[in-house]
Design a binder for this molecule. Structure first.
Ligand code: NAP
Length: 335
């Protein structure tokens, strides 16, 4: 068994990690921590009462390093990099779910805050599994992609060689409220979001530069990305609609099927996709349609799993030499 830990155990992605790790055949959950600690997993998450009994400590990198070979950081950006730096120096592998190791330093500092660990930033691997599988097998630091970038990149990357990069890309995204984490805000208040839908940070959201940077890294195409996220009255799930201009006629379903023919957790659908069919799973469902030179791609994920915790677990499997799909959820929360 390989000992692992979760720092940020009280949050939404932390809970998803705990649920998968207690059932994992080769990882043993040996360390859980929050800001204050001094509690138990059952107190933090009453849904786990009588299911698992584990103490939760105050987060401390030295203690985590004594208990674990690999640690998941399910923390807000900026909080993560302090822990990651210390854990890596102590020889512990790290899978970070925050934005801290996703972007090049210049982009990160333009959209987040000054970076405190540029050396490790240069060594991190972006954990978009289907595009960085080999690199993940060799790294000690995986950077979990953002939830919107995950759904967007998996949908659009197979088409980049056919897309007119002089025409802008438009990404219209909708997310359930858990995408914002457990902290309550005016926009996530029940009365605001119930029976409602609205855009937030249109064309200014921090995931736009991440999408743009990774499209360039993978395809070499420098395309303008216009990204508008919306909040919807659902707990989990993300639906991303991408609009692009093609240079030539293509069969979009054939292109998707060919690109992902070896990828167990990408499902190419011949009908428009929906969030409920992927909620509770690691699947990314993708559908595409053309109208002459107009391309529409629709991609659906569970933001807490494929958009965060199950993608982090696949990265950890790869980093530890395990089967990448070990312990990864496949059955949706239907109905
Ligand atoms: N939610 C999503 O769909 C999603 C998707 C992709 C990526 N992410 C990223 O994943 C990370 C976690 O997201 P989340 O939704 O799980 O957030 P969350 O529900 O707000 O949980 C974050 C947890 O981090 C803990 N924490 C904060 N500062 C800490 C510190 N200095 N030391 C130890 N623990 C600390 C907090 O717990 P205490 O206050 O109890 O200590 C909190 O429970 C974020 O960076 C987020 O951007 C989230």
């Amino acid at each position: 068994m390989i000992n692992v830990g979760v720092v940020g155990a009280s949050g939404y992605t932390g809970l998803e990690l705990i649920k998968m790790l207690i059932a994992h055949p080769h990882f043993r959950l040996n360390y859980l921590a929050t800001t204050t600690g001094d509690t138990s997993v059952e107190k933090l998450h009453p849904s786990l009462y009588d299911v698992v009994s584990l103490d939760v400590s105050q987060a401390n990198a030295q203690e985590a390093a004594k208990a674990c070979t690999l640690v998941f950081l399910a923390l807000p950006h900026q909080a993560s990099m302090g822990f990651a730096k210390e854990l890596l120096a102590l020889g512990v592998k790290v899978v970070d779910l925050s934005a801290d190791y996703r972007l090049i330093q210049e982009t990160y500092e333009d959209f987040y805050c000054p970076h405190e660990d540029p050396d490790n930033l240069d060594k991190s691997v972006y954990a978009l599994i289907e595009y960085y599988r080999q690199e993940l097998k060799e790294t000690t630091l995986a950077a979990g992609p953002g939830c919107y970038p995950t759904a967007t990149l998996l949908g659009i990357l197979p088409f980049m060689e056919f897309i007119d990069e002089n025409a802008p890309l438009f990404v219209d995204a909708k997310s359930g409220v858990s995408g914002a984490g457990k902290k309550l805000s005016d926009t996530t208040h029940f009365v605001t979001i119930n029976d409602n839908i609205f855009a937030y940070n249109p064309l200014k959201h921090r995931h736009a530069p991440e999408i743009k940077e990774k499209i360039k890294r993978v395809s070499g195409k420098d395309i303008s990305v216009n990204f508008v996220p919306h909040l919807i009255p659902a707990t989990r799930g993300e639906l991303v609609s991408i609009y692009a201009t093609l240079k030539e006629d293509i069969n979009p379903i054939e292109i998707l099927q060919e690109r992902y023919k070896h990828d167990r957790f990408i499902r190419i659908r011949t009908q428009p996709v929906d969030v409920k069919s992927v909620a509770g799973t690691h699947f990314c469902d993708i559908y595409a349609q053309t109208n002459g030179k107009a391309l529409f791609v629709s991609s659906a994920i569970d933001n807490l799993l494929r958009g965060a915790s199950s993608q982090a677990l696949v990265a950890a499997n790869l980093m530890c030499g395990l089967d990448e799909n070990m312990g990864i959820p496949t059955v949706a929360y239907m109905p």
